[in-house]
Design a protein around this ligand. Structure first.
Ligand code: ACO
Length: 162
């Protein structure tokens, strides 16, 4: 089992994984238009952290780092149906936080969570209160009425992965 973080870089193996992740999102997030999912997953300003097992994608998180503002927006998050509730979602989020802090230099995440995923995000340290100053994120992330805006502060020192 491994965790990778990459974006559309044209490398064959990475493209196969990104297409696999796009298919998981399309199935697990049926309210999202498929073209929108493809566009963001393949967009070079987005990155995806993926769980890879036996060279197959089990799930992942696609996000956009706003490096100048030091926050990231999580666009999509899903684990394939038969692998949910086994802890992969938690480990994935921990790898995301570690990468975002140590590689991108981010301090916070924002996401529009689906109603039924709010419990998962709360367990990952997200809150419905937004503490991040509005001028750091306003105008960067789009208003979206299909979810609840949630925030997570990344601990500056905590080791999130082993
Ligand atoms: N509601 C409440 N709690 C949840 C949910 C949920 N939907 N999903 C998982 N949990 C809990 C688990 O019970 C577990 O609790 P515990 O630590 O007390 O045992 C904890 O959250 C972590 O569980 P994991 O096994 O690590 O989570 P999993 O691997 O199942 O991944 C995920 C969670 C990504 C939400 C997965 O269930 C999934 O893909 N769901 C369908 C797609 C989805 O809803 N994605 C999020 C949409 S919002 C967005 O993409 C921005």
């Amino acid at each position: 089992l491994k965790f990778v973080c990459l974006s559309n870089d044209g490398i064959d193996e990475h493209m196969v994984w990104l297409v696999g992740l796009k298919n998981i999102f399309a199935r697990q997030l049926p309210n999202m238009p498929k073209e929108y999912i493809v566009r963001l997953v393949m967009d070079r300003s987005h990155k995806s952290v993926m769980v890879i097992r036996r060279n197959h994608v089990v799930g992942g998180i696609t996000y956009r780092p706003y490096v100048s503002q030091r926050f990231g927006e999580i666009a999509f998050c899903a684990i394939t149906a038969d692998e949910q509730v086994k802890g992969y979602g938690t480990r994935l989020m921990n790898h995301l936080k570690q990468h975002a802090r140590d590689v991108d230099g981010l301090t916070h995440f924002l996401t529009y969570a689906d109603n039924n995923a709010v419990g998962y995000f709360i367990k990952q340290g997200f809150t419905k209160e937004i503490y991040l100053e509005k001028d750091r994120w306003h105008g960067y992330i789009k208003d979206y009425d299909g979810g609840i805006l949630m925030e997570c502060k990344i601990d500056p020192k905590l080791p999130y992965t082993d």
